[in-house]
Write a protein that binds this ligand. Sequence first.
Ligand code: NAP
Length: 477
Amino acid sequence: MNRAVDRARLASGLETSRVLTGLWQVADQERAGATLETERAARALEPVVDAGFTTFDVADHYGSAELIAGALRKRRPEVRVFTKWVPEPGVSSRGDVEAAVRLSLDRIGTDRLDVLQFHAWSYPDPGWLDCLFHLLEIRSEGRIGHLGVTNFDAVHLDLALRSGIPLVSNQVCYSLVDRRPAGAMTEVCRTHGVGLLAYGSLSGGLLSDRWLGAAEPPIDESLTWSQMKYRRFIDQAGGWDRFQAVLRAARRVADRCGVSIANVAVRYVLEQPAVAGVIVGARPGERSHLEDNLRLFDFTLDEQSRAELAGAQATLDPIPGDCGDEYRRPPYLTASGDLHHHVTHFPAPYAVRDTERGVELDPEAGFPEAVRTGNEIRISGVTPTHRGRLIGGNDVRAQTHFALDRVEGALQSLDAETTDVTKVTARSREEDWPVVKAVLLKRLASVGPDSRVLDHYPGGLRAVTRHRVEVDVEART
Ligand SMILES: NC(=O)c1ccc[n+]([C@@H]2O[C@H](COP(=O)([O-])OP(=O)(O)OC[C@H]3O[C@@H](n4cnc5c(N)ncnc54)[C@H](OP(=O)(O)O)[C@@H]3O)[C@@H](O)[C@H]2O)c1
């Protein structure tokens, strides 16, 4: 007998079924150009709601998904729709944000979005913070119930929260193959009470009995977009043979529990700390896995099962970087293996103008000095502030990260990279210096601990300053 679908509380007044139904797959169903019939697709999802899976994950760019979820919500008021806004890089005006929210409200057919999840392509471009602050205002006006993010890394989730943006969730890839959220991300979520919404937990269906012992499929259009994406994760993790060892381990666990490999894969993620829910993709009107997915709430993984899965996972290579890096830097672990489906170009984070000194950032960018003369660059007086706001709260680590985001954005705007940095000088209070130094060394790899160019002026910041760090950088290209 199936137990009821478990639920999790994400915030006051906001619950989610612990398994959410994801509708990115709708875009895949529509990839040849024909759109799904909205009402028919919504009707096909009603049994999912009947079973207790009442939360749906959609996005502005998932084909007809917002329309379908909206139609379903009209039929079944208990349905909650978590949508996303994935703007082009560089978008940051209040008008842009208003227009995006209006579009989702119209498509879902509501005057208040249950949850809006924001995606940031580039942290060196402070436009991502502008977008979040605009969204916060729109939320205070009542058109958004709650704000979440998607594919944020641990540093920037922490930074946004400490800057006063009350995020309820971060949606990230989390699976037997991809354990990146288990580290710093889990810590940040626990510190701030944020819930992780996991996707990719079935690797597009590859983590299921259907693929146990099967030959390696090529990454081409014979696969779904989702499978193309996660085949790239499997390659990163060491390839198909090692993936098969994970499937075999999951099968042994599944045999003991009397469930499917897919059940073991999702259950594993559901039981990880900070995970509020797992988003399982569905193709309305096509194959249904409803009965099988209901078994998720009939069993738990015991110590032996966890050890067996951990043993197989230990043979995999870790997916590089932090959560969401697959959308920010190579290797791009997307369906196409690059960003061309999502992004046309990355504008310079700050406007540049010609002066007699060379090229420098526009005064509005808020840098006392950010100048390029020939191949020499000087950036000075960088503080963790943006448009007069202190970013990172009173936390020196978050503040230093944001100051370095600004440095990175200035370097990009002046056609340079952080690897071009030859000297960095930071001012902080004595007691903050170990944290500041650790962040500087981590972020500015070319300024190694032995290079003797890292410098610090103890006591250089007055105790009354709200910012706890200030950075100067020299670079050569
Ligand atoms: N924020 C982001 O960047 C991001 C990225 C990706 C996904 N997502 C979200 O996460 C959702 C999930 O997408 P995903 O790509 O990660 O896919 P997924 O959930 O890992 O895989 C979904 C596929 O697994 C198969 N499946 C489901 N239940 C099963 C079961 N019990 N047994 C066997 N197979 C089963 C189905 O394949 P068949 O239909 O082929 O049988 C289904 O289409 C998306 O719809 C979207 O909402 C978000």
